[in-house]
Design a protein around this ligand. Structure first.
Ligand code: UT7
Length: 387
């Protein structure tokens, strides 16, 4: 008998990685490091870095539009947009609002979620709960970070590790056996100092002094974070599987946060699972923070690695300290559907309309817009008088 309970099912996925690629050798030419050190200590070979004009929202929008195209969905049907990020375009408003607006997702609420590198899996969990509540049918979840903007490019301990990018999934309420099976969230705020951007918040507002001291950059105790990750990743996987009523043998793919190949190898060893069951792309992108899990998921789906009916575990960890895991069954209905021609055009039109509409609203709210509105009003009054 097929199960009939409400589930959040992934029906679309998309990713964006900036064009500019920085190799280990490029970095070795700028600082005291080597390709060999970076490869052997982290597994990273290159990373993609955002262009000057790009920031988190721009990448998130690209990934979100790709996810909508895969699902062949209408952005106006989205109920909620959640963006997992710790590098929003601005502290306020949220990046999610920029994504919602650029998609023309007129009926959607929008919110950012900061759980460090666990941001995407946290956001996925929130989206799953929003759908289970019965309040939402279609939820867009994005993980996006522009780490190059908060990393000190002269600090070899961190500059070599991070990259920029975005990944997105579209979740729809379904009643089949596919979808999110169980989730797990964790936090240990005692580790706040291990991975942080000390200045720029309400505790230590940005000032000339904080900038002079480099406190607006990410600081990390790499060894401690490594120890935490090596311990928490296998534990989170085991716990979420227990909640889902699955054993490790029943899991086809594990998609971990891509911070360091050695962390993934340590987790595989501790769980006694072949490393080949972990989806890994840290070599290509480095640590893209909240974007790393959805980018790895997208690539695995697009390679044809993940097949309908297979069971996956997504697991993230990062600043906070935080960790999160989700067990899910990939659905038969999530195979890339051929997009209906007119719907592709409709989406294109909605995106252009969203752009123009935003410009118009901003104009109308500006002084010039108010003056224009006043002139129109006066003209209308004059006409009424003449009549
Ligand atoms: O998204 C979650 C956040 N981050 C993480 O998950 C990161 C977790 N931590 C790690 O991945 C690793 O701890 C690192 C890759 C950051 C560092 O690797 P490690 O094996 O723990 O190296 P280490 O920090 O113990 O440093 C070893 C040596 C040090 O030199 P000394 O003190 O032994 O002389 C460092 O100064 O390597 C030196 N070092 C470098 N050498 C060349 C540090 N960075 C570099 C570098 N190139 N880029």
């Amino acid at each position: 008998m097929p199960e009939t309970r409400r589930r959040a099912e992934i029906i679309g996925w998309g990713m964006y990685a900036p064009e500019r690629v920085v190799t280990n050798d490029d970095l070795a030419a700028l600082m005291d490091t080597t390709d060999d050190w970076i490869r052997t200590r982290t597994g990273i070979e290159r990373r993609h870095i955002a262009a000057e004009h790009q920031a988190t929202a721009a990448m998130a929008i690209e990934a979100a539009r790709a996810a909508l195209a895969v699902a062949d969905a209408d952005p106006r049907d989205i109920d909620l947009v959640i963006v997992g990020t710790m590098t929003p375009d601005t502290w306020m408003p949220s990046t999610a609002c920029a994504v919602q607006n650029a998609l023309g997702a007129l009926h959607a609420g929008a919110v950012d979620l900061n759980a460090g590198c666990s941001g995407f899996v946290y956001a996925l969990t929130m989206a799953h709960q929003a759908i289970l509540s019965g309040e939402h049918e279609l939820v867009l979840v994005v993980g996006a970070d522009t780490m190059s903007r908060i990393v000190n490019q002269e600090d070899r301990a961190t500059a070599v590790l991070f990259g920029d990018g975005a990944g997105a999934v579209l979740l729809r309420a379904g009643e089949g056996s596919a979808g999110v099976l169980a989730t797990l969230l964790g936090s240990d705020g005692s580790g706040a100092d291990l991975l942080a951007v000390p200045a720029g918040g309400s505790a230590l507002p940005a000032s000339a002094e904080t900038v002079a001291q480099g406190l607006h950059y990410l600081s990390m105790d790499g060894r401690q974070v490594f120890r935490f990750a090596a311990r928490i990743v296998p534990r989170a996987i085991e716990q979420v599987l227990e909640r889902a009523g699955l054993t490790l043998d029943e899991v086809d793919w594990i998609i971990p946060h891509q911070a360091n190949l050695r962390i993934i190898e340590a987790a595989a060893k501790r769980l006694q699972v072949e490393e080949s069951r972990f989806c890994v792309n840290v070599n290509e992108y480095g640590n893209t923070s909240a974007a790393s899990v959805p980018i790895a998921l997208c690539e695995a789906v697009e390679r044809g690695q993940i097949q309908p009916g297979q069971q996956l575990v997504l697991v993230g960890f990062g600043a906070g300290l935080t960790w999160a895991a989700a067990a899910l069954r990939w659905g038969p209905s999530v195979q890339e559907a051929p997009a209906v021609f007119y719907r592709r055009w409709l989406r294109w039109l909605i995106y252009r309309w969203a752009e123009l509409h935003t410009r118009w609203l901003r104009f109308a709210r500006s002084r010039a817009g108010r003056a224009w509105g006043g002139a129109q009003e006066r003209w209308r009054r004059m006409r009424r008088k003449r009549e």
